[in-house]
Write a protein that binds this ligand. Structure first.
Ligand code: F6P
Length: 531
C-alpha cells in the first residue's frame, strides 16, 4: 500500500492544517454560533461531541475524503466477510462475527463459523446458569463463591474492565477476581483470602503457553489440589475451566474436556472479550446481560458498516485522531471516563490501541512515514483532576482528551452525580477556552482539544457500543496508515530474552550478555536468597 502522505487527500489536509494550526478554539467557536450542531453526532442514544476539537467542517470533509481514498469502508467489509486481513499471520479478524445475530453463513477456510459461535454462546449460558444457580459445586459440595480469572493482556484486560464497568449488574454472592502478573504479589494475597472449597479458576489464554498465565495457573492448581486431598480429581474436574484456542494444551494441563471453552485463531486477544474470554464477566452479570453487551457492539458494527464517512461515529473518532497525531502533532491521547466503574478503561484501551497500531511498517515492510498510535493513558475522573490535569492546563503540551460520561448514575447516592458531571463538563470547557488571567502563574491558555462521549447510562448495551466504537476507530486508523492492527511481533523479542536470562538468574551469569545486564544480574544474585 502506498505511503498515506503521498495521497492527494493527505496533501490537501497538510495545506489545510497550515491554516488551522495556530487557530484558537475561542476563535473557532466565535466563527460559528452553531458549532455544536455542526460538529456533533448522535447514534442510538450515544452523543459524540467533537466541537471542542481544533478543526472545522472543512477539516471533516477533507478527512472523509482521506478515508474514502484509503478504502476504509471497504476494509470493514473485507473484515466482516472473513477475508484474511491479518496478512502477517494469514488470519481473518472476525470479532464482529462473535457478536452477530446473523443467520446466513460466514465462511473461513471453507467452513461456516456461525454454528460454532452460537454453540459457544449456548455453552457459556449453560455454564453460567449452573454456577449462578449453585447447581455446579466445588469438591466438598459447597456452592462456588469466588471466580479467579488467570490471564494477561487481552485475556485479562477486557473482562477485568467490563466486570468493573458493569458492577451494578453483578450477582450478589459471586466475587470475581483477576490475576495477571507473574509477580507472586498478585496471586498470593488472593489465595490467602480464598476458600479452596468454593473457588473456581478460569485459565484464559489464547495460546495456553503464555509464561505469566501458565505459571499462575500451575500455582493455583497446586493450591487447590493440596487442599482437596483425596478429592483432588473432583476438584480439578469441577473447579478448573480453560478458555483457549489451544484445547490440547489445556487438556494436558489437566482441565476436563467439558470445561474447555474454545475460541478460534481468527479472534485477536485484545478483540476477544466477545468470545468465551468474556466468561468471567458473563458469570458476574449473567448471560442475558452479556448478550446485551454483544447487542450494543453489534449495533455499532451495523453503524460502522453502513453510515457515510461524515456521519460515521467510529470513523470520525479515527479521523480526528489522525488529524491530531499527524497534522497537529499531538502524540498523546488522554482517556477520561467520569465513571469510577470505568476506571480500567484506559488500561484496556492502551493495549487495544498501542498493541494494535504501535507499528511503523506496512505489511510489505514499507515504512509508514508518519507517527501511528498515540501514547494512550488516562484514569477515572474526577480523581485525575487532582493528579495530572495540572499538566493538561498549564504544562505546555498539546494533549487531546476523550471524555466519557453518563446522564444517570448506577449508584444513586444523592448529591454525587450532578457534581461529577459538572466537573467533567468544566474540565472540557477549561481545557478548550482557558481563562483571561493577566497573572501568568494563574493563566490557562486553553486550546486543548477534546471529544465528549455521552450516554444515558452505563448499561451492558452502552458498554458494547463504546468498546466497539473504539475497536473500529483503531481498525479504521490502521487502514488509513496501511498497517496491520492484528499482529504484535514487537512483544516477542523481550519474551525470548527473558527465557534466555532465566537460567542466568537461577544459577549463574550468562557471559554472553551485555555488561549492563551482566552487572545487574551480579547485583541481584548477591542479594537474592539461596535456593
Ligand atoms: O504478549 C502479547 C500477547 O500476545 C497479547 O497480544 C495477548 O493478549 C497476551 O499476550 C496474552 O496471550 P494469551 O491469551 O495467548 O495468553
Amino acid at each position: 500500500m502506498t505511503d498515506p502522505t503521498r495521497t492527494p487527500a493527505w496533501q490537501a489536509l497538510s495545506a489545510h492544517a497550515d491554516t488551522l494550526r495556530t487557530a484558537h478554539l475561542r476563535e473557532l467557536f466565535a466563527a460559528d454560533s452553531e458549532r455544536f450542531q455542526h460538529l456533533s453526532l448522535e447514534v442510538d442514544n450515544l452523543l459524540f461531541d467533537f466541537s471542542k476539537q481544533r478543526l472545522n467542517s472543512q477539516t471533516i470533509s477533507l478527512l472523509a475524503e482521506l478515508a474514502r481514498s484509503r478504502g476504509v469502508r471497504d476494509w470493514f467489509q473485507r473484515m466482516i466477510s472473513g477475508e484474511k486481513v491479518n496478512a502477517s499471520e494469514q488470519r481473518a479478524a472476525l470479532h464482529m462475527a462473535l457478536r452477530s445475530n446473523r443467520t446466513d453463513p460466514l465462511f473461513v477456510d471453507g467452513k461456516d463459523v456461525m454454528p460454532g459461535i452460537r454453540l459457544n454462546r449456548q455453552r457459556m449460558r449453560d455454564f453460567c446458569e449452573a454456577v449462578r444457580s449453585e447447581r455446579l459445586r466445588g469438591y466438598s459440595g459447597e456452592p462456588i463463591r469466588a471466580i479467579v480469572n488467570i490471564g494477561i493482556g487481552g485475556s485479562d484486560l477486557g473482562p477485568r474492565m467490563a466486570t468493573s464497568a458493569l458492577q451494578a449488574y453483578a450477582h450478589p454472592s459471586l466475587k470475581i477476581f483477576y490475576v495477571s502478573n507473574l509477580d507472586a504479589a498478585d496471586l498470593a494475597p488472593r489465595l490467602a483470602e480464598l476458600d479452596p472449597r468454593t473457588t473456581l479458576f478460569i485459565i484464559t489464554s489464547k495460546t495456553f503457553t503464555t509464561l505469566e498465565s501458565i505459571t499462575n495457573a500451575g500455582t493455583a492448581r497446586n493450591w487447590l489440589l493440596a487442599a482437596a486431598g483425596d478429592a483432588a480429581d473432583a476438584a480439578m474436574a469441577q473447579q478448573f475451566v480453560a478458555v483457549t484456542a489451544n484445547a490440547g494444551a489445556a487438556l494436558n494441563f489437566g482441565v476436563s474436556a467439558n470445561r474447555i471453552f474454545e475460541f478460534c485463531d481468527w479472534v485477536g486477544g485484545r478483540f476477544s472479550l466477545w468470545s468465551a474470554v468474556g466468561l468471567p464477566l458473563a458469570l458476574a452479570i449473567g448471560m442475558d446481560a452479556f448478550e446485551e453487551l454483544l447487542s450494543g457492539a453489534e449495533a455499532m458494527d451495523q453503524h460502522v458498516l453502513t453510515a457515510p464517512e461524515e456521519k460515521n461515529l467510529p470513523l470520525l473518532m479515527a479521523l480526528i485522531g489522525i488529524w491530531n497525531i499527524n497534522f497537529l502533532r499531538a502524540w498523546n491521547l488522554s482517556i477520561s471516563p467520569y465513571s469510577q466503574s470505568l476506571h480500567y478503561l484506559p488500561d484496556y484501551l492502551q493495549q487495544l490501541d498501542m498493541e494494535s497500531n504501535g507499528k511503523s511498517r506496512q505489511p510489505d515492510g514499507t515504512p509508514v512515514g508518519v507517527h501511528t498510535a498515540p501514547v494512550l493513558w488516562g484514569g477515572a475522573g474526577s480523581n485525575t483532576q487532582h493528579a495530572y490535569f495540572q499538566l493538561l492546563h498549564q504544562g505546555g503540551w498539546l494533549i487531546p482528551s476523550d471524555f466519557i460520561a453518563f446522564a444517570e448514575s448506577d449508584f444513586p447516592l444523592p448529591g454525587h452525580h450532578d457534581k461529577l458531571l459538572a466537573n467533567c463538563l468544566a474540565q472540557a470547557e477549561a481545557l478548550a477556552f482557558g481563562n483571561d488571567q493577566d497573572d501568568p502563574l494563574r493563566a490557562c491558555a486553553g486550546n486543548q482539544p477534546s471529544s465528549m462521549l455521552l450516554f444515558r447510562r452505563l448499561t451492558p448495551f452502552a458498554l458494547g457500543q463504546l468498546l466497539a466504537a473504539y475497536e473500529h476507530k483503531i481498525c479504521a486508523q490502521a487502514a488509513i496508515w496501511g498497517i496491520n492492527p492484528f499482529d504484535q511481533w514487537g512483544v516477542e523479542l523481550g519474551k525470548k530474552l527473558a527465557v534466555r536470562l532465566l537460567p542466568a538468574l537461577e544459577s549463574g551469569v550468562d557471559e554472553t550478555v551485555d555488561s549492563s545486564t551482566r552487572g545487574l544480574i551480579h547485583w541481584l544474585k548477591k542479594r537474592s536468597p539461596a535456593p
